[in-house]
Design a protein around this ligand. Structure first.
Ligand code: UN1
Length: 521
């Protein structure tokens, strides 16, 4: 019998009348756990609990909060493999990638553990000698968080760790596809010494369920901040609700990330980079490549080598075979949307170069190394040729193993085409030409750019986020994320014992008569 879990509210497990099952993404017969479906009242209760806990946690000195973050990192080091196995089982990414994603949490904890001994403000000179000015970073209050299933530990940690370090309290609604992973995260947060009620986890669905209820809590005045990773459509809704409540949300949204291959590129490196960018995590990363933009003189050669590599991609159950490039779809919705994109590609007039939709016993790609492809949703690696800007295939994000090849002529067209999508998250260029790399870096509309590396794999201490439809300009990770979880408090400390008014009582130095340098000598 699978275990039934509760929400984690005020340090207690709380049940709901309705439950749902979280299943092994690679074997849908395997139930990982049974989880409660939060009611609006339970979500509200979690916010009220967090508001109380905030009073204590925000007054806990930052170095002590940093200690707790350090212990959380230690717990993740100890449990690294167990967590990675759980990530692989519940959402289906390979064990190697899952371990990497746990490492992102450890890196994030290591970075912020010592930030507890910095969290710098400034001392600033005053216009008066007996007055001092200073700035402090203050926590915002209670942060509502909704996160996606594809990085069920790393991406939440980019929010939870800095928010906690800065002294905020949290209500987190994780993806229902990664509920067990989120529960494990919650228990490790408890172990690390975060007081009960500071981090509350409510389980359930998004639309019309726990996710919507949590968004509504902004209108009820119970949240001071919202942080979201997911689709651009949902991000817009959160942005609107946050806006009317004068909150500035963190929105990390979709992408249709370009990877440019110029005529002088190291082609083998570019093929490997494009392969991983397109198909790692089965294309279900917001940083996955969407369009590979190839310079005309090498288009045919690149396509030939790329398709040869695609034909050999190993696909299967990542719980059983460690060296697959990708495993199953995380959920049925991603699978259905990906299947539908085949019709879009045909309607667009693109050329299908590789791919035959769902993997079934009588429709197996060469690299299939699994047992039963119908135990879950597995898809063929899919490659489209003759894709042009303006096509839906070119514009729309597809969360699945599919990639477009787009032919361009020269660096100017390559950059124009790379910028011709409504998103601007990640980007990459393969070239040995210093000037082309520089031009790309200078003109690409994206939050992140790699030169001779993939569109994926951002390191945990650089600012993560995008422009255009990929977000609202907020950044996660590194020192930049602190802007999202603190406000600046400016303090005037006057010891003069009298009324002295800035700008009005200030003893400005008077200038003397103007010096005419030519008349001096
Ligand atoms: C995401 O897909 O939301 O840069 C995050 C990367 C990973 C994180 C992706 N480190 O691909």
């Amino acid at each position: 019998m699978p275990h039934t879990f509760g929400h984690l509210i005020a340090g207690k497990e709380v049940a709901s009348a309705t439950t749902f099952e979280s299943r092994n993404a690679s074997d849908l017969a395997d139930v990982v756990g049974v989880f409660p479906e939060a009611t609006r009242e339970q979500v509200r209760e979690a916010c009220i609990v967090a508001r109380e806990a905030f009073k204590i946690w925000s007054k806990t000195p930052a170095p002590i909060r940093g200690e707790v973050i350090g212990r959380l990192g230690d717990a993740f080091v100890r449990e690294k493999d167990a967590l990675a196995r759980l990530v692989t089982r519940e959402m289906g990414k390979t064990f190697k990638e899952a371990r990497g994603s746990v490492q992102e949490v450890i890196d994030t904890c290591r970075f912020f553990q010592s930030e507890g001994r910095r969290l710098y403000g400034q001392t600033v000179p005053s216009e008066f000698s007996n007055k001092e000015l200073s700035t402090y970073r203050r926590p915002l209050g209670v942060v509502g968080m909704i996160t996606a299933s594809n990085f069920p530990l790393a991406v939440p940690s980019w929010k939870i760790v800095p928010a906690l370090l800065a002294g905020n309290a949290i209500v987190w609604k994780p993806s229902s596809d990664a509920s067990a992973v989120a529960y494990a995260f919650g228990k490790l947060i408890e172990e690390a010494g975060v007081p009960a009620g500071v981090v509350n986890i409510v389980f359930g669905g998004g639309r019309g369920a726990a996710g919507s209820f949590l968004i509504d809590m902004m209108d009820e005045g119970l949240l001071n901040k919202f942080a979201f990773t997911g689709s651009t459509a949902v991000g817009r809704v959160i942005g609107e609700v946050a806006g009317r409540n004068l909150l500035h949300p963190t929105l990390e949204l979709g992408g249709k990330n370009p990877l440019v291959v110029m005529r002088d590129a190291d082609l083998d490196n570019a093929v490997q980079g494009a392969l991983f960018s397109a198909f790692a995590t089965g294309g279900q990363r917001c940083t996955s490549a969407g369009n590979v933009i190839v310079d005309a003189p090498i288009y045919d050669e690149f396509a030939k080598r790329f398709l040869a590599a695609v034909a050999e991609i190993r696909i299967g159950d990542p719980n059983q075979v460690t060296d697959v490039l990708y495993g199953p779809f995380i959920n049925e919705r991603f699978f259905e949307d990906w299947v539908a994109h085949y019709d879009v590609g045909v309607a667009d007039g693109a050329t299908l170069l590789h791919g035959r939709k769902r993997i079934t016993p009588d429709n197996l790609p060469l690299g299939w190394v699994g047992t039963d492809p119908e135990a879950a949703y597995y898809g063929w690696p899919t490659v489209w040729g003759d894709v042009r800007p303006g096509m839906k295939l070119f514009q729309n994000e597809v969360f699945g193993p599919t990639i477009n090849l787009v032919r361009v002529d020269g660096i100017d067209e390559a950059i124009d085409v790379a910028n011709a999508v409504d998103y601007g998250l990640s980007s990459a260029i393969y070239t040995m030409n210093r000037d082309w790399a520089f031009q790309f870096k200078d003109r690409i509309e994206a939050g992140m750019t790699s030169i001779n590396n993939t569109t994926v794999g951002a390191e945990a201490h650089l600012p993560f986020g995008g422009v255009k439809g990929s977000g609202n300009g907020t950044r996660e990770s590194g020192i930049w994320v602190l802007e999202s979880y603190t406000y600046w408090h400016a303090v005037n400390d006057d010891v003069s014992g009298k009324l002295q008014l800035a700008q009005m009582d200030t003893a400005y130095a008077e200038p003397k008569g103007a010096v005419d340098v030519a008349s001096l000598v």
